[in-house]
Design a protein around this ligand. Structure first.
Ligand code: NAD
Ligand code: TYD
Length: 352
């Protein structure tokens, strides 16, 4: 591709910040503009490594704000969009579904509309890349994997809102010939993930000798992928993915929550210099998440066959590195867990 001007939304969040960092550093000839509303999950501390880069610019703004988008598209003449901005946490979607519809569905449509208006039906050389989740496929039993052809069956307000946005993206492609590509990825882990999600939440609680709230029996299964591997996959799909196609991205790395938690405790204890298993007693089985999806697992064969992408990280090295990052970046952790986080935490885990 020629030199690009790319709008990345949600670039101050967990995955977005790794995508911004990767794109800014890998493509010095591109201009990368990061639009982020800086909700509780967005944090400019995540972007320190690119702050002063010449090919990078940050704009604070909401994807639901049509005016900001219009101005930004007119000014920057984007050739592409990589859309990651979203409300992303299942538990929050259970207590506050409307925010998820607002950002994930309306925000996505608003963003596409802005791109449509700016590109004025001349889609040559343009692309809109929508980042989605494997959760849109629903929940698997013991066998089977999610393929790109698996019918959508979302079961939480979060996954329903992501499924809704995916449907709109495909509808725009079908109706207007809008140049889209979509990927659906499994659970990510790695540095800078907000500590509401399982791995960083548990690392932080082990650090403070706080209870580790395991939902239900802990036998729920997720397929974990390091965020750097996701960022590289996003680069591949953006540059080489075929318009109109969907790519599933996953780690071939299934873990029952409770097994992962034992490994995590061992690693955190080792890095903190505690006796092996010292923090096992923190495990606390709590009330299950309502409608908790049993198992997610991705068949990532298509992206391997078509685009030559496979994950680089082993889970062992990825987890070790991730634990080390959180234990070295306690200032980051303490910052994001102060204030509103305390309120969220006490409400979410009230029954502990
Ligand atoms: P995150 O919650 O860490 O970050 C979301 C970012 O979007 C934040 O910086 C936030 O400020 C921003 N944002 C939220 N609402 C906005 C709005 N209205 N306008 C502009 N910016 C807004 O999320 P994440 O985990 O980095 O996920 C990024 C994307 O990847 C999401 O679309 C998510 O559905 C998808 N995804 C996540 C995972 C995962 O495991 N985390 C897996 C697959 C797909
Ligand atoms: P999470 O990180 O919220 O990701 P998702 O729900 O999108 O898969 O949760 C991962 C798994 O860990 C999921 O099965 C729910 C479980 N979990 C707990 O057992 N306790 C917790 O406190 C959290 C946040 C998650």
């Amino acid at each position: 591709m020629e030199d690009q001007r790319i709008l990345i939304t949600g670039g101050a969040g967990f995955i977005g910040s790794h995508v911004v960092e990767h794109m800014v550093k890998s493509y010095p000839n591109y201009k990368i503009v990061n639009l982020d509303a800086l909700t509780y999950a967005g944090n400019l501390e995540n972007l320190k490594s690119v702050e002063g880069a010449e090919n990078y610019h940050f704009v604070k703004g909401d994807i639901c704000d049509a005016e900001i988008l219009k101005e930004l598209f007119e000014k920057e003449k984007f050739t592409g969009v990589i859309h990651l901005a979203a409300e992303s946490h299942v538990d929050r979607s259970i207590t506050n579904p409307l925010e998820f519809i607002q950002t994930n569905v309306l925000g996505t449509v608003n963003l596409m509309q802005a791109a449509m208006n700016a590109w004025k039906d001349d889609f040559e050389g343009k692309r809109f890349y929508h980042i989605s989740t494997d959760e849109v496929y629903g929940s698997l039993g013991k066998e089977g994997l999610f393929k790109e052809s698996t019918p959508y069956d979302p079961k939480s307000p979060y996954s329903a809102s992501k499924a809704g946005s995916d449907h709109f993206v495909r509808a725009y492609a079908n109706t207007y010939g809008f140049p889209v590509v979509i990927s659906n990825c499994s659970n990510n882990y790695g540095p800078r993930q907000f500590p509401e999600k399982l791995i960083p939440l548990f690392i932080n609680n082990i650090r403070h000798m706080q209870p580790l709230p395991v939902y239900g029996d802990g036998q729920y299964i997720r397929d974990w992928l390091h965020v750097h591997d996701h960022a590289k996959a996003i680069d591949k799909v953006y540059h080489e993915g075929k318009l109109g196609e969907t790519y599933n991205i996953g780690g071939w790395n299934e873990w029952a929550n409770i097994d992962l938690i034992h490994v995590l405790i061992k690693e955190v204890d080792a890095q903190l210099g505690r006796d092996s298993g010292a923090s096992e007693s923190l495990i606390t089985f709590v009330k299950d998440r309502p409608g908790h999806d049993k198992r997610y697992a991705i068949d990532a064969q298509k992206i391997k066959d078509d685009l030559g992408w496979t994950p680089d990280y082993t889970f062992e090295e990825g987890l070790k590195e991730t634990v080390a990052w959180y234990l070295e970046n306690t200032e980051w952790l303490d910052h994001v867990t102060s204030g509103a986080y305390q309120d969220y935490y006490s409400k979410q885990y009230a029954s502990e």
